[in-house]
Write a protein that binds this ligand. Structure first.
Ligand code: GLN
Length: 447
């Protein structure tokens, strides 16, 4: 399967053939359940879109029963930009309901399989996008990342996934989960393709009040630049053998390429879990209050208004309900100071820690997750699932850009690592990622 760069250079008749080819392959691989829907027509290079990004005229559901039948009334800014650059949506990809999860097991449409091992999760919440790219049934995809949902499925499926700086890519038309954390980003087969897609979707958008009015210069990754790269032994110590091995080999490869490795220590990631889940649930509880049977989506008719609300909002799956309840709790008077305000204070400290580290180093190399893709059903307790986000959520709390890329395989499963840069320094992020990609020379994806 060709990459995004080659696809964008194809003449129109070959682009049409590419779409038919991808659709045929996607149907052959319907066992993966990566797509919810496919669009047979469309002019432009086909790209897979997570089911929480508005594509005008398409159904958009966030993989939830509550949004069944809801039709997107407009294109998200990211989609508008894709169209202007000669791309066109190919299909909606599966995800955890409302992007809440790390495994794509909570989708109303059923789970997505990991193309490397059908007994394991593809990661989440953008598991459909990651599986589609890894299986060669998409050349590239858009995902969204609130706490790791682009980077972790990318690592589990052996592809590249990038989360831009908060404010770099417009959130207009992205259905909100945690508004102060969410970003749309590219999921591709190479660092170069990720940069191409990032260049297309990045930039200031007056329609999103949190979009940064900072000029965006198109980036082409330069792997020859040498950088100071921070490594975090106290994080790596909490990971499996597979991750530790990839981490050590990545360090050696980076040193071999002339980068300077600097050992740093970071705060216990458990504080990030607490600060993130309080913040994300609080924001989710307010964002999801609009799905009430009156304003958006499905209405379940009942004998009274109260019963109608109850029956309609019972359409939310268990995990979403849990988060709405916890989010409402931490925002309620009497608990607001103890939980929500405290989490914001912790968030501030997390931001300060990164700011301090970036005085010493250009990039930080960390694990993406504590282990490789886990088997379906293996994380029974919600907290167990949340703990798998240890190394990705700090980046969202601090609004930083980060990229996950495949490093090697371990017992047949891809192992990804993450590079993190300072805010709005996507250039350095892509330079470092291109260097690491070249040095490890592992292409995790099925071709
Ligand atoms: N796993 C995290 C959560 O459940 C992150 C999800 C995401 O980035 N959308 O909140």
């Amino acid at each position: 399967m060709i990459g995004l760069k080659e696809a964008l250079a194809l003449p129109p008749e070959e682009v049409a053939a590419l779409r038919s080819d991808l659709i045929a392959r996607a149907k052959e691989r319907s066992d993966l359940n990566a797509y919810i829907d496919l669009a047979t027509s469309g002019t432009g290079v086909p790209i897979a879109i997570k089911d929480n990004i508005n594509v005008k005229g398409w159904e958009i559901t966030c993989a939830s029963a509550i949004l069944q039948g809801y039709i997107a009334p407009y294109d998200a800014t990211a989609i508008e930009k894709l169209r202007q650059a000669g791309l066109a949506p190919l299909g909606r990809t599966n995800m955890d309901e409302f992007a809440m999860g790390s495994s794509t097991e909570t989708s109303h449409y059923g789970k997505t399989l990991n193309p490397h091992d059908p007994t394991r999760v593809p990661g989440g919440s953008s598991g459909g996008s990651a599986a589609a790219v890894a299986a060669g049934i998409a050349i590239a995809a858009l995902g969204s990342d609130t706490g790791g949902s682009i980077r972790q499925p990318a690592a589990f499926c052996g592809i590249v996934g990038m989360k831009p700086t908060y404010g770099r890519v417009s959130r207009y038309g992205l259905i909100a989960y945690g508004s102060s954390l969410d970003q749309i980003g590219p999921m591709t087969r190479s660092v170069e393709d990720a940069a191409i897609l990032y260049n297309i979707i990045a930039g200031h958008d007056p329609k999103d009040s949190t979009s940064a009015p900072i000029p965006h210069q198109p980036i082409s990754p330069e792997p020859d630049r040498t950088l100071r790269i921070g490594v975090v032994p106290n994080y790596v110590a909490q990971t499996s053998q597979a991750i530790q091995k990839a981490y050590q080999e990545a360090i050696q490869a980076l040193e071999g390429a002339g980068h300077t490795i600097v050992e740093v220590e970071m705060m216990d990631a458990k504080y990030k879990i607490a600060a993130y889940y309080i913040t994300a649930m609080a924001e989710a509880s307010t964002n999801l209050s609009r799905y009430d049977g009156v304003r958006y989506g499905k209405r379940v008719e009942a004998s009274s208004l109260k019963e109608m609300y109850k029956a309609t909002r019972s359409q939310f799956g268990k995990e979403v309900q849990r988060r709405i309840l916890l989010g409402t709790f931490v925002l309620s008077s009497g608990y607001y100071d103890a939980y929500y305000i405290k989490a914001q204070k912790a968030r501030n400290l997390i931001q300060q820690e990164y700011a301090k580290l970036f005085q010493q180093v250009d990039l930080i190399l960390t694990p993406v997750a504590p282990d490789v893709a886990f088997p379906f059903g293996s994380k029974k307790e919600p907290l167990e699932m949340y703990l798998s986000d240890l190394f990705t959520i700090g980046v969202n709390l601090a609004g930083l850009p980060a990229i996950s890329l495949p490093i090697q395989e371990y017992e047949g499963l891809p192992v990804g690592l993450q590079l993190i840069a300072k805010a709005f320094d996507e250039k350095t992020l892509f330079d470092g990622a291109a260097s690491l990609e070249r040095e490890v020379a592992y292409k995790g994806v099925g071709q």
